[in-house]
Design a binder for this molecule. Structure first.
Ligand SMILES: Nc1ncnc2c1ncn2[C@@H]1O[C@H](COP(=O)(O)OP(=O)(O)OP(=O)(O)O)[C@@H](O)[C@H]1O
Ligand SMILES: [Mg+2]
Length: 374
C-alpha cells in the first residue's frame, strides 16, 4: 500500500464514550453492560496522546472493535462486492456508498471502496484532498497532484493494486481514488479481450482476498467501467428518487439492465432503494408506494430528504456519525440492516456481545428461579 502523500483529511479525531457508542450503533446493550465489558470483550479505553492518562472513551481507531460486538451489521461469511448504480444523477448513489462503507468499517468489516466515477465524488467524500496548501510553486503542486495513482495505472502496469489503495481515518476502511485517467481507462477497455471482465479479474477478485466488502461507486452514465462493475458485483444497489422525473428514466434503466444481465448471464442480486422521500408531499408518498408495489426487490426503508443527510456527506461522515439520534440516522441504520439481510453470506443474528450478555442474563434469571423454588 502506498503511503499517502495527499492525506485523507483528518475528518474526525472523535472519541466515543459509552453513551456515544451506544447511540451510534443504536445498540440494545445497556450502558452498565457495556461498561462491564470494557477491557474484557471490548478494548480498554484510549490513552491521551498528550500525557498518556486513560480517557473515558474509545478513539475512532478502536471503535470498529466495539461495533463488531454491539453493532447491527455482521461480518459476511464470504467477501461481498456491491455496486451502487442507476442511470440517473443526484439520486444519492455516492451518499449511500459513503454511509455503507463507513458504517460497515465501523463494524470491523474490512472495506475497500473503488471509485468509478470520473467526477471523483466518492474520492472527495472519503476525505481525499490535494495536500498542496504548503506548496508555493505550480510545478510542485502539479507534481504532487500527478503522483496520485489509480485504476488506470494498474491497467497500464505502472502501479500494482496494492500501491493504489489508500487508507482513511478508520483502520478498517480503504479506497482506490478516482483520477482523471479513468476516462482513458474506459477507452482502453474497449480494445481488451474479455473487456467486461477486467475489473473483476484484476481488481475486485484480488481485493476480495484482502477485504470483507468491496463497494464500487458508479457514475450515472453507462460506460465500460459500469459494465465492468456489473460483471464484478454480487449485489447491485439502485437508488430511485421518490420524484416524478425519475419514472421515465427508470423504465429505460430496467430494460437496459435486464438485456445486459441476460446477454452476459449475470446472477447478481439487485435491490432498489427509494431516496429523497418527502413524507409531507402526497406525490412523493404515492411514488414510494408505487415502487413498493411494482419494483421486483425494493427496500421498505426510504432515505428522506434531510439536512442531516446533506450535511453529513459534506462533512465526509455517515449520518449516524453526524447525528446519531436523528430520524435520518435511524433510517440509515434500518436501511443498511435491510440490505444486509438480503446478502445470503451474512448470518441473520445480531452480534456476539449482545448474545453473550443475553446468555449471561438468562443464566442469572434461571439461577434466581431455582433459588425461588428452593
Ligand atoms: N438525505 C438527503 N437529503 C437531501 N440531500 C442529500 C441527502 N443525502 C445526501 N444529499 C445531498 O445530495 C447531493 C447528491 O447526492 P449524491 O452525490 O450522493 O448523488 P449521486 O447519485 O451520487 O450523484 P451523481 O449521479 O452526480 O454521482 C449531495 O450534495 C448530497 O450531499
Ligand atoms: Mg455519485
Amino acid at each position: 500500500m502506498r503511503s499517502q502523500n495527499w492525506g485523507a483529511k483528518a475528518m474526525s479525531s472523535s472519541f466515543y464514550n459509552v453513551q456515544k457508542a451506544l447511540q451510534l450503533y443504536s445498540s440494545r446493550v445497556t450502558s452498565a453492560q457495556l461498561s462491564r465489558a470494557i477491557g474484557q470483550q471490548l478494548p480498554a479505553f484510549a490513552r491521551s496522546p498528550q500525557d498518556g492518562r486513560k480517557l473515558k472513551s474509545w478513539s475512532l481507531q478502536e471503535l470498529p472493535l466495539v461495533g463488531e460486538k454491539i453493532g447491527f451489521l455482521r461480518k459476511p461469511t464470504q467477501p461481498v462486492a456491491i455496486a451502487t448504480f442507476v442511470t440517473k444523477g443526484g439520486v444519492l448513489k455516492t451518499s449511500l456508498t459513503l454511509n455503507l462503507a463507513r458504517l460497515a468499517a465501523l463494524h470491523g468489516i474490512r472495506t475497500c471502496v473503488v471509485g468509478l466515477d470520473m467526477q471523483g465524488d466518492i474520492t472527495s467524500a472519503l476525505g481525499f484532498e490535494a495536500n498542496v496548501d504548503d506548496i508555493d510553486s505550480l510545478d510542485s503542486a502539479l507534481e504532487q497532484m500527478n503522483s496520485v495513482q489509480g485504476l488506470a495505472q494498474v491497467f497500464s502496469g505502472e502501479s500494482t493494486l496494492a500501491e493504489v489503495i489508500q487508507p482513511t481515518d478508520l483502520p478498517t476502511l480503504f479506497f482506490i481514488p478516482e483520477t482523471p485517467e479513468l476516462v482513458a481507462l474506459d477507452q482502453s477497455l474497449m480494445n481488451k479481450n474479455r473487456r467486461e471482465h477486467w475489473l473483476k479479474d484484476h481488481v475486485v477478485d484480488p481485493l476480495k482476498k484482502e477485504f470483507d466488502l468491496v463497494i464500487m461507486d458508479c457514475s450515472p452514465n453507462w460506460n465500460r467501467l459500469i459494465t465492468n462493475a456489473l460483471v464484478a458485483c454480487d449485489l447491485l444497489i439502485s437508488p430511485v428518487e421518490c420524484k416524478i422525473n425519475n419514472f421515465r428514466n427508470l423504465k429505460i434503466f430496467q430494460a437496459l439492465l435486464s438485456e445486459f444481465r441476460q446477454d452476459l448471464r449475470l446472477g447478481f442480486d439487485h435491490v432498489y432503494v427509494p431516496t429523497r422521500l418527502s413524507p409531507s408531499r402526497k406525490l412523493s408518498q404515492e411514488i414510494y408506494s408505487w415502487y413498493q408495489k411494482n419494483l421486483p426487490v425494493v427496500a421498505k426503508t426510504a432515505i428522506r430528504e434531510s439536512v442531516q443527510g446533506e450535511e453529513s456527506t459534506a462533512m465526509h461522515i455517515s449520518v449516524p456519525e453526524y447525528q446519531a439520534t436523528a430520524v435520518a440516522a435511524d433510517e440509515m441504520r434500518e436501511l443498511l440492516s435491510e440490505i444486509w439481510a438480503k446478502l445470503n453470506t451474512v448470518a441473520p443474528a445480531r452480534t456476539e456481545l449482545i448474545e453473550e450478555l443475553a446468555l449471561a442474563a438468562n443464566v442469572a434469571e434461571s439461577m434466581m428461579g431455582a433459588t425461588h423454588v428452593s
